[in-house]
Design a protein around this ligand. Sequence first.
Ligand code: PD2
Ligand code: ZN
Length: 283
Amino acid sequence: MEKRSLGPELERWVVAQAIAGNDPGNVLQPLLDDGWGEQEAVDAVAAAVNAYVARTAEQSGLPMPERVPVPTEPNGASSLDGGDREVHVLASMLLPRVAVLGGLLSEEECDAMIELARPKLKRSTTVDPDSGGDMVHAARTSHGTSFVRGENALCARIEARIARLLDWPLEHGEGLQVLNYGPGAQYEPHYDYFDPEASGSAVTLSRGGQRVASVVMYLNTPERGGATVFPDVHFEVAAVRGNAVFFSYDRPHPMTKSLHGGAPVLAGEKWIATKWLRIAPHA
Ligand code: PD2
Ligand code: ZN
């Protein structure tokens, strides 16, 4: 059957309703009253809104938004199904999109992850924006190591839990990275997405496309300091063993307000495991 189109006038009305935040049911009703089938009305409204977003993005020079994992809706469930574990939503924010998750890992899993990583630690590197290779960076005064996806049973279990929790394919995830910060160490504010303009990004982007979300899991509770901070919104997440902070960024642009950093560890040490999620399968 040929797809019906809304026509310019109705399309403008639909977009205006969407911008005003009107209930989607109210937007569909006039079409249903006019004899449209429910699915074709939903498809036509979605197409109109998507076309508007694409036009606006193009005119403004902004990258197009990508689909991102959604752990929870506003005022949604306070506990999430991680398959083998129930995870609690402790806080949630829409811009930047942040969800603080309680009990993503058990205490035993945190300890085991630290012990698996400890013998492999090296001074942390960041991706060199020019070459795409690893480089030691003064902004990142920690030690770390990476595991390939499924490298051991614990990584595989945590990866499967995150995939289930976020309904995001396991294959779209990078391997886990573990970081250890000593006293005074910090990670200055940065974005986790790759700069599409930087020459070194091409190599990284060819393996799974952009990062669209991060899950930073706290493997211990530092004695003092070491919060994950979101400076654009003056928000910080305390590092508490077993908890995690999820944040997503639907495009590689500061408008996501996903600038974040690891505040200095003031006493004791800090251990985290980070999972980055890509648009496409990451090899
Ligand atoms: O240690 C953190 O809290 C932190 C802060 C910012 C980790 C990361 N970024 C990261 O692993 O990307
Ligand atoms: Zn980061």
